[in-house]
Design a protein around this ligand. Structure first.
Ligand SMILES: O=C(O)C(=O)C[C@H](O)[C@@H](O)CO
Length: 265
C-alpha cells in the first residue's frame, strides 16, 4: 500500500482548475463545516491564523476524508516545522515569501526523504502513514507531496524564472496583498501596477510549465485572475465570510440594508 494519493497535485497536473478558500479561524470544527461547502481545497493558514501544531493537526484530521484537500501555510518554510507537518499528514504546502531559487531548492529538499532531500524518518508516529499502517509509505511519500511557493515581493518577482525552474516546485502562488505592500501600495492589491506585475508573473510561470495560484477576497478581482489563467485560486476567507454573513444579517433585520445588498463574496 502506497502513500495517500494527492488529489490536488493530480488535478494541477491534469490542468483541472482548483477552487479554494482560506481557513484562518483556527478551529477543526469550522474546517469540518467548510469541507461541506464544495471547495476543492482549503488553506489552513498558520502564517496569519491563530494556529499551532496541535490545532493544525486537528484541522488536517477534520478534513482527512472530506472532498476538500487540505493545504497548509506554515508561518515560514523552516525544515523542522515542515517535518512535523509532513508527519501529521500534510501533503500540500504553501510557503510564504520565497525570493530565490536557493530557498526553493532548500524547500524541495525539506519535504523529501533521502537521497532526494533531508526529511527525517518518523512518519510511523503520525497520520501521514496512517500510524504505521501504510507499508510502502517511505518509498512513495515523495511522489505525493505538492510544493507551492509564494511570490509576494519585488525580489521574488525578479527571481521568478529561476524559482519556477526548480524541479520539485509544483506551483507558484502570487500574494497580491504583500506584493502590493512591497511595491509601495499597501492595502491596494487591485492597483493597476500590481495587476501588471501579476500578469507578467503568470506568463513567466506558465512558460516554465508550473501551476499559477492566487487569492483574493473580491469576486470581480477573482474573475480578472481567472481570465489571466489562474490554475488554482482562493476566492475568500472563512473570517470574511463569517463577518459578512453576521454583520449583514443584523443590518438586514434592522432595515439598514436590503437582502442581497452585501452578497459580496
Ligand atoms: O499577500 C497576500 O495576498 C497573501 O499572502 C494572502 C494573505 O495572507 C491574505 O490576503 C489573506 O487574507
Amino acid at each position: 500500500m502506497a502513500a495517500p494519493r494527492n488529489a490536488f497535485k493530480a488535478a494541477l497536473r491534469e490542468g483541472r482548475f482548483q477552487l479554494g478558500l482560506w481557513v484562518a479561524l483556527g478551529s477543526a470544527y469550522a474546517a469540518e463545516i467548510l469541507s461541506g461547502s464544495g471547495y476543492d481545497w482549503l488553506l489552513i493558514d498558520g502564517e496569519h491564523g491563530p494556529n499551532d501544531m496541535p490545532l493544525i493537526s486537528a484541522q488536517i484530521g477534520a478534513l482527512r476524508h472530506s472532498p476538500s484537500h487540505a493545504m497548509v501555510r506554515p508561518p515560514m518554510g523552516e525544515a523542522w516545522l515542515l517535518k512535523q507537518l509532513l508527519d501529521q499528514g500534510v501533503q500540500t504546502f504553501l510557503i510564504p515569501m520565497v525570493e530565490s531559487a536557493a530557498e526553493a531548492e532548500a524547500l524541495v529538499r525539506a519535504v523529501r526523504y533521502p537521497p532526494h532531500g533531508i526529511r527525517g524518518v518518523g512518519a510511523g508516529l503520525g497520520r501521514a502513514s496512517d500510524f504505521n499502517r501504510v507499508p510502502d509509505y517511505l518509498a512513495t511519500a515523495n511522489d505525493e507531496i505538492c510544493l507551492i511557493v509564494q511570490i509576494e515581493s519585488r525580489a521574488g518577482l525578479a527571481a521568478i524564472d529561476e524559482i519556477a525552474a526548480v524541479e520539485g516546485v509544483d506551483g507558484l502562488f502570487i500574494g497580491p496583498s504583500d506584493l502590493a505592500a512591497d511595491m509601495g501600495l499597501l492595502g491596494e492589491p487591485g492597483a493597476p501596477e500590481v495587476l501588471a506585475a501579476i500578469t507578467d508573473a503568470f506568463q513567466r510561470i506558465k512558460a516554465a510549465g508550473k501551476a499559477r495560484g492566487i487569492m483574493t477576497v473580491s469576486l470581480p478581482q477573482a474573475e480578472i485572475y481567472r481570465d489571466l489563467g489562474a490554475d488554482f485560486m482562493a476566492i475568500g476567507t472563512d473570517v470574511t465570510c463569517l463577518v459578512s454573513a453576521a454583520d449583514g444579517l443584523r443590518r438586514r433585520f434592522l432595515g439598514e440594508e436590503k437582502a442581497g445588498e452585501r452578497s459580496g463574496y
